[in-house]
Write a protein that binds this ligand. Structure first.
Ligand code: PEP
Length: 251
């Protein structure tokens, strides 16, 4: 039985005052104990958020980490060890916005995945096809290539301490959501692909769906057999919406 995870990716949003308010509203709500809840604020807010959630079950994660584990002359970068030191337990790796805006390649993403695990963080590996790839019938091949960039390079056992987030690029921040059936199809394909290397790792692997998840569509998505929770962008900036999404994952 996989424990659901709902993760809020706050992206480059928030001020000290607004995130404090958001967390106050979030921690006042009853969140289901059967669901893991994580928030991924901007780097500059990690410490404040960590302090504010310390007495709750919410954990914090970062939106990216450096390819290099050890400290060094890498201006503007943050290492996975520094993230661990500040209280993170997770880190997003290969979010489509970074793949697109920062030209992150599968090779770079694999190196970041290695650094995250070496620091004791759980990497949340983000994969997903563009609209063009879906329309060309390439959705499955694209996602498999992105999973293989880690799986074939590092071996299946690294997925014992990792999460995969399937986020079709065309559904991120667009209001377009994959139908539960479309999402389930890709999730099942990812699990079946991992199962070729290890049935038990595939069985235990949490695969989140991301792409315009909101309170109104969460329950239907999370009811799918291979969807183990969500990576939520826009809706995670609204405490009521995010709380409702967490509760949907607990039902
Ligand atoms: C995301 O950025 O990971 C995401 C899924 O965003 P949204 O929920 O806004 O589509």
């Amino acid at each position: 039985m996989r424990r659901p995870l709902v993760a809020g990716n706050w992206k480059m949003h928030g001020t000290c005052a607004s995130i404090k308010q958001l967390l106050t509203e979030l921690t006042e709500q009853a969140l289901p104990l059967s669901v893991d809840v994580a928030v991924f604020p901007s780097l500059i807010h990690l410490q404040t958020v960590g302090a504010q959630v310390a007495s709750s079950n919410i954990v914090i994660g970062a939106q990216d980490c450096a390819v290099q584990l050890e400290e060094g002359a890498l201006t503007g970068e943050t290492s996975a060890l520094q993230l661990k030191d500040i209280g993170c337990s997770m880190v997003l790796i290969g979010h489509s916005e970074r793949r697109q805006l920062q030209d992150e390649t599968d090779r770079v993403i694999c190196r970041k995945f290695i650094a995250a695990q070496a620091a004791g963080l759980t990497p949340v590996l983000c994969v997903g096809e563009t609209l063009e790839e879906r329309e060309a019938g390439q959705a499955q091949a694209t996602v498999q290539r992105q999973v293989d960039a880690v799986l074939l390079e590092l071996g299946v056992d690294v997925l014992k301490n990792a999460v995969i987030a399937y986020e079709p690029v065309w559904a991120i921040g667009t209001g377009l959501t994959a139908t539960p059936e479309q999402a389930q199809e890709i999730h099942a394909q990812i699990r079946a692909h991992v199962a070729k290397y290890s049935a038990s790792v595939a069985q235990g692997l949490r695969i989140l769906y991301g792409g315009s998840v909101k309170a109104a569509n969460a329950a239907e998505l999370f009811a799918q057999a291979d969807i183990d929770g969500g990576l939520v962008g826009g809706a995670s900036l609204n405490a009521k919406e995010f709380g409702a999404i967490c509760r949907a994952a607990g039902n």
